[in-house]
Design a protein around this ligand. Structure first.
Ligand code: A3D
Length: 323
């Protein structure tokens, strides 16, 4: 018989709440929200469910404090863990969040052994690696959200700068989810028109370069910019939207081409490491990794970013989280 997809949200904080609401508004499936805080996920999902008549969605929403509640989930979206505070880097969260992700991974492995897992918790690349190791799931079923958001941020800044609709901007950010991420300037375009050419028309060649450099810098620091303004947490609307786009691609077998933190096996000269790259996302999760030909400068930036991820993985090994 047909059955509705079951979406488990592990972590019912700021991002978790928006995820639940977006799942409902888009009727992606039934939602169960897990959190360790007693009654909170039950309260949040009750609140969202009570808007169903108004918004016109019909899905089941429930909250739970025990992993049994996620039994049989088709897809798990993980936001459990602490967010950054002003002045913190994502890497500062490593030990605290690794302990949390270890527990979460055990819970998923036991109760949702056939699920796809999208990790959002930071430091992203390290937490996805740990999730993969503890669950032992195949790589096509364990991946991370970072690139969809980083790329959307880059596209937003380009749209603002050029005064064009953001709907027409395509921009791709590769690499790890940290200060060394790699916005691909050469491929950025407005409905097929190269962004650099448009910037040169507006400013001349020299100034165009400077303007692009500023946008690249802002993209790399975009998470920190929001943290500095919010003061009590980090971005949560946009990360939720990004993860929902990925979940939808899997649930509806869309074969979307999206930047995803995926396990590389030789692509981009990287073996056995989670890095952000464009992939085809469909009913089998990460169905294909797309390997772009990078020029020398891009490859150099990619190498720096890959080395930063390697450093994180080394730290996790030193701390005993990874073997
Ligand atoms: P927050 O609102 O604090 O929510 C985290 C939730 O996790 C809280 O409700 C906690 O109770 C819960 N939690 C803590 N320990 C456990 C546990 N052991 N099991 C289950 N739940 C637990 O944070 P948030 O929603 O703003 O952010 C969540 C994570 O996403 C953080 O690590 C952020 O750094 C990260 N984040 C990633 C991105 C990316 O693009 C990768 C963007 C923004 C935030």
């Amino acid at each position: 018989a047909f059955k509705r997809p079951k979406i488990a949200l592990i972590g019912g904080g700021q991002i978790g709440g928006v995820l639940a609401q977006l799942c409902a508004l888009r009727e992606l499936g039934d939602v169960v929200m897990f959190d360790i805080v007693q009654d909170m996920p039950q309260g949040k999902t009750l609140d969202i469910a009570e808007a169903s008549r108004i918004d016109g969605f019909d899905v089941k929403l429930s909250g739970t404090n025990s992993y049994e509640g996620i039994a049989g989930a088709d897809i798990c979206i993980v936001t459990a863990g602490l967010p950054r505070k002003p002045g913190m880097s994502r890497d500062d969260l490593l030990t605290t969040n690794a302990n949390i992700i270890k527990q979460v991974a055990e819970g998923i492995k036991t109760y949702a052994p056939d699920s796809f897992v999208i990790v959002i918790s930071n430091p992203l690349d390290a937490m996805v690696t740990l999730m993969k190791e503890v669950t032992g799931f195949p790589a096509n079923r364990v991946f991370g959200q970072a690139g969809v958001l980083d790329s959307s941020r880059f596209a937003t800044f380009i749209a603002w700068e050029l005064g064009v609709s953001v709907k027409d901007v395509n921009a791709l950010v590769l690499g790890g989810h940290g200060d060394t991420m790699v916005p691909l300037v050469r491929y950025a375009n407005v409905n097929g028109c190269p962004v650099m050419e448009l910037l040169e028309q507006k400013y001349g060649a020299e100034k165009a370069k400077e303007v692009m450099e500023e946008m690249v810098k802002r993209t790399r620091n975009a998470g920190g910019e929001v943290v500095a303004l919010l003061k009590t947490g980090s971005a949560f609307y946009s990360p939720a939207s990004a993860a929902i786009q990925m979940a939808e691609a899997v649930i509806k077998d869309e074969k979307r081409v999206l930047p995803v933190c995926a396990l590389l096996n030789g692509e981009y000269g990287v073996k056995n490491l989670y890095v952000g790259v464009p992939v085809v996302l469909g009913a089998n999760g990460v169905e294909k990794i797309i390997e772009l030909k990078l020029n020398e400068e891009e490859q150099k930036m990619m190498d720096v970013s890959v080395n930063a991820v390697k450093g994180l993985v080394e730290d996790m090994k030193r701390l005993g989280f990874l073997s």
